[in-house]
Design a protein around this ligand. Structure first.
Ligand code: ZN
Ligand code: ZN
Length: 345
């Protein structure tokens, strides 16, 4: 660990001390960013602790806000070159995702109720308020198995257990700490009807009716998620889940997929979601590079925090129609500044 820290300091000094002792074998003067090809901004050019290749913290996706304090491994070294494919065997997938074979009758009834309620709304009402939509699973059960196997492959390769709920672990923040009322400036409340839509999405997943998404492996981006059918604007793609912890416990973490859950007036009460141990497909959705206009164009999801029955929850929602085969991207850095209530009301 000491060696790693020394290297990080050494790296930060690189631009100020270009002449280096050549016996370290690093050839640091020639380090260029693997993404943009530039050797500028040396203080933001991170060296991988395995392959020694360089990456600007702002060229990474998701972007890293600061140079990690501990060891760091580049996207190529972190993602296993050829992930071991999860077997496309129904019983194994059912076990992996703990799929429940619940009574069809009850589920059908629930779907009917939701449809009825939607119809009962007046046209004027539905025009005023844009409602969230539940995702539509792929009809073909074999294709759904392939989608779930792709997620299981990615979770296994990342050493992550499957979970579709926020989790509270001993030694981390307790569930009682997740209090939406503590949000600085207040948090938008998810309307009752949208809460039902979210719950419907959860029940579908429990039955193995997963969102129509495929996790694919890309040698540059690592695991990434693409739409496996057309997805309409305002569709709930997934909730962002993982272990809930206080931000103060995680300030020295290098976890690049930590997500803000609660931005409290009292910073000691702020919470983050850490998806490295337990999570779902959300952790494989990539952030855009919001430094480039091309990156911004790719964005097709919004990450929105809501007060759901008094607790904070983070949802990934389509912010435009998404074509089959399109990769999913959200603005990893942007959402704190661009609180997207205007988009939904
Ligand atoms: Zn770069
Ligand atoms: Zn590397």
């Amino acid at each position: 660990m000491a060696a790693v820290k020394a290297r990080a300091m050494f790296l930060r000094r690189r631009t100020r001390a270009p002449k280096l002792n050549s016996n370290d074998g690093l050839g640091c003067d020639d380090v260029r960013c693997e993404r943009c090809g530039s050797g500028d901004f040396g203080s933001k050019l991170l060296l991988c602790d395995k392959c020694d290749k360089g990456y600007h913290i702002f060229c990474l996706r998701p972007i890293l806000a600061s140079v990690p304090k501990g060891s760091w491994f580049c996207p190529v070294c972190t993602s296993i070159k050829q992930p071991q494919l999860f077997p496309l065997v129904q019983t194994k997938i059912v076990d992996f995702f703990r799929i429940q074979r619940s009574s069809e009758a009850i589920e059908n009834q629930t779907q009917c109720n939701i449809k009825k309620r939607k119809r009962a709304c007046s046209l004027a009402m539905s025009k005023k308020k844009r409602k969230l939509l539940a995702y539509t699973p792929t009809e073909d059960p074999q294709r759904r198995l392939e989608q779930m196997a792709s997620l299981a492959t990615a979770l296994n390769a990342s050493g992550t257990e499957y979970s579709n709920e926020l989790t509270y672990r001993p030694g981390m923040a307790p569930r009682s700490a997740n209090c939406a009322a503590l949000e600085k400036g207040g948090m938008q409340v998810l309307p009752k009807e949208d809460v039902e839509t979210l719950n419907l999405c959860k029940r579908m997943m429990e039955k193995g009716e997963c969102p129509p998404l495929m996790v694919v492996f890309d040698s540059v981006e690592g695991f990434t998620v693409q739409a496996d059918r057309h997805i309409k604007d305002l569709t709930i793609i997934t909730e962002y889940v993982g272990d809930v912890d206080y931000l103060k416990n995680r300030e020295n973490d290098d976890g690049d997929s930590m997500m803000t859950l609660l931005h409290a007036s009292n910073p000691l009460k702020s919470l983050v979601i850490c998806p490295d141990k337990r999570s779902n497909i959300a952790r494989f959705v990539n952030g855009i590079n919001n430094f480039s206009p091309d990156g911004r164009k790719k964005q097709n999801l919004k990450c929105v925090r809501y007060d759901v029955n008094g607790e904070c929850r983070v949802l990934l929602i389509a912010n435009r129609d998404i074509r089959k085969g399109e990769r999913l991207y959200y603005d990893y850095n942007g959402y704190e500044h661009e609180y997207p209530t205007e988009h939904f009301v």
